[in-house]
Design a protein around this ligand. Structure first.
Ligand SMILES: Nc1ncnc2c1ncn2[C@@H]1O[C@H](COP(=O)(O)OP(=O)(O)OP(=O)(O)O)[C@@H](O)[C@H]1O
Ligand SMILES: [Mg+2]
Length: 223
């Protein structure tokens, strides 16, 4: 069975401006140990799909099975526990905690789930993400690329099985993009699954599987 199975998902947003049908009867089966990249025009629904897969928002219909468990059938408390133990998020707009410094933002993952040798792991992540010299800085005193790397460190801190990353290289230069892709590859070689949205075709090219948006669905791009 796939690690993440999305079955017949539909999702619309309804507001005073009317209804926006984003996803229509989308079915995808995604394996662990792989980097999956989703692409499509701005506003097509990439972030929506990522939030659904991580159990942060809910579809209007359909089923999401994560590691053998129906996410939508769980109680809110059980879903939160499952998310904390399985999923790490890198949000498109980072959502770092503004009054915590780099080290504290990365360590914040340990609140949801204790991590063995947490300080050592945090140090290793800061080193790999070239953030050590900024460890005492709050997000407002960081560049956008540095903030993006902190967001990745926080997402990886408690060793999730699924890393959901929304445009994770959007603010990175070439060197840091390569560094991030190497980290993602190490993560999948250890058995983790990456689901990322990206506008960067060079980044998508590194993925094992690519999906492109068309008419409410993300279809597999043939090799
Ligand atoms: N909370 C919301 N309420 C109403 N409409 C929304 C909401 N969130 C997103 N949308 C709309 O749904 C559509 C899909 O949004 P989404 O953020 O998933 O796109 P995206 O593919 O991630 O875009 P981008 O590449 O710009 O990040 C857009 O048209 C957006 O305006
Ligand atoms: Mg988006």
């Amino acid at each position: 069975m796939s690690f993440l199975s999305i079955q017949g998902i539909s999702k619309a947003y309804v507001g005073s401006e009317g209804k926006i049908q984003v996803l229509k009867d989308l079915t995808l089966d995604l394996d662990a140990g792989r980097i999956h990249a989703i692409a499509g025009a701005s506003g097509c629904g990439k972030t929506t799909l990522l939030m659904l897969c991580g159990g942060l928002i809910f579809p209007d219909s359909g089923t999401i099975i994560l590691d053998g468990e129906d996410l939508l059938a769980l109680s809110p408390g059980a879903r939160a526990v499952r998310r904390a133990s399985l999923v790490g998020f890198v949000f498109q707009r980072f959502h770092l905690i503004p009054y915590l410094n780099v080290e504290q933002n990365i360590m914040a993952s340990c609140v949801a789930r204790p991590v063995a040798n947490a300080h050592q792991r945090c140090d290793e992540l800061m080193q790999r993400l070239q953030l050590e010299h900024r460890r005492g800085h709050i997000p407002a005193r960081l560049s956008a690329g540095e903030q993006q790397r902190v967001a990745l460190g926080r997402a990886l801190m408690n060793r999730p099985s699924l890393l959901v990353a929304d445009e994770p290289t959007g603010n990175l230069d070439e060197e840091n993009t390569a560094l991030l892709l190497a980290l993602l590859r190490d993560f999948t070689e250890d058995g983790g699954m990456v689901l990322m949205a990206t506008h960067d075709s060079a980044v998508a090219a590194v993925a094992d599987h690519r999906y492109i948006y068309h008419d409410g669905r993300f279809g597999v791009v043939p090799e």
